[in-house]
Design a protein around this ligand. Structure first.
Ligand SMILES: *[C@@H]1O[C@H](CO)[C@@H](O)[C@H](O)[C@H]1NC(C)=O
Ligand SMILES: *[C@@H]1O[C@H](CO)[C@@H](O)[C@H](O)[C@H]1NC(C)=O
Ligand SMILES: *[C@@H]1O[C@H](CO)[C@@H](O)[C@H](O)[C@H]1NC(C)=O
Ligand SMILES: *[C@@H]1O[C@H](CO)[C@@H](O)[C@H](O)[C@H]1NC(C)=O
Ligand SMILES: *[C@@H]1O[C@H](CO)[C@@H](O)[C@H](O)[C@H]1NC(C)=O
Ligand SMILES: *[C@@H]1O[C@H](CO)[C@@H](O)[C@H](O)[C@H]1NC(C)=O
Length: 221
């Protein structure tokens, strides 16, 4: 009797493991998205998604290089593990949605990410360390209610003239808007002058000691 009961507990446990495994790997491509071999696109406004799709197998997700999300009014965050299995992701677009939060670990596992388009969302700030380990060549942030704060100072430094090209604006405490390139909030410390960096690519800037110095004097580290 007790042997039988122990046996059924074991198979119950096994069943739990199997179910948890299935749950972890999620379902197939959501009906509101289209998934080809290398690309996932979710643009259906009526049947919106709230988070990144998780495909059936890790192998399938390994093949994805491009994720395109547009017009998703319930899509508001990119969390720690959301993109964990998309290791070969090079292009990510989340546009005209409600993106408000991007975790510091959001792209931890996406070392190939190069193109990141977060245009027309609800981002008030973005922490620079999110990108520290990446070689981002395109970062598009226009159409977000960015604050004119020390926290966003890196965007001006990183993007240089590109910030003007994107017509990036930031919102001051009183509600006024000004070009991000004119962002010069007080109390951010007196970092080295930045004009020498404006033509460099993003990762190069981030890796210079000068930049680290700027950020440490700004208490952003
Ligand atoms: C998003 O919505 C706008 C306005 O409804 C539409 O013009 C645009 O084509 C949509 N984008 C996509 C990728 O479906
Ligand atoms: C991944 O892509 C390769 C090469 O295109 C293909 O042979 C393979 O079947 C794909 N794997 C999955 C799980 O889609
Ligand atoms: C995805 O990346 C892995 C290494 O992380 C690599 O072995 C694999 O070939 C890549 N697949 C594609 C389709 O690029
Ligand atoms: C990724 O973005 C770059 C830059 O816009 C573009 O040239 C390239 O075609 C995109 N790749 C894919 C797979 O969409
Ligand atoms: C970024 O680019 C540099 C130089 O091209 C290279 O050494 C480094 O390995 C790249 N990093 C990643 C994460 O691809
Ligand atoms: C936009 O973000 C702010 C926080 O920065 C939040 O309070 C607000 O609800 C968000 N708006 C929408 C439409 O999600």
């Amino acid at each position: 009797m007790s042997a039988f009961r122990r046996g059924s507990w074991v198979s119950l446990l096994e069943l739990c493991w199997v179910l948890m495994g299935l749950w972890r790997l999620g379902a197939a491509c959501p009906t509101s998205c289209s998934c080809s071999g290398t690309r996932i696109a979710c643009v259906d406004q009526e049947r919106g998604i709230m988070a990144f799709p998780v495909l059936q197998s890790e192998l399938e997700m390994d093949n994805i290089t491009d994720i395109y999300i547009a017009n998703q009014s319930s899509f508001s965050s990119i969390n720690d593990k959301d993109l964990h299995y998309y290791r070969n992701l090079t292009n990510l677009t989340v546009t005209n949605s409600r993106l408000t939060y991007v975790s510091r670990l959001a792209f931890q596992n996406n070392l190939k990410l190069q193109y990141l388009n977060l245009k027309d969302n609800n981002l008030s700030s973005l922490y620079w360390r999110i990108f520290r380990h990446l070689n981002i060549s395109n970062l598009i942030l226009s159409g977000n209610p960015l604050h004119c704060s020390c926290e966003n100072m890196w965007m001006k430094l990183w993007l240089g003239e590109e910030a003007d090209a994107q017509e990036l604006k930031c919102i001051e405490e009183g509600g006024g808007r000004k070009p991000l390139t004119r962002l010069n909030p007080p109390h951010c410390g007196n970092g080295p002058k930045i004009h020498t960096h404006t033509h460099a690519h993003l990762p190069m800037i981030l890796k210079t000691h000068t930049m680290d110095l700027i950020f440490s004097t700004n208490h952003l580290l």
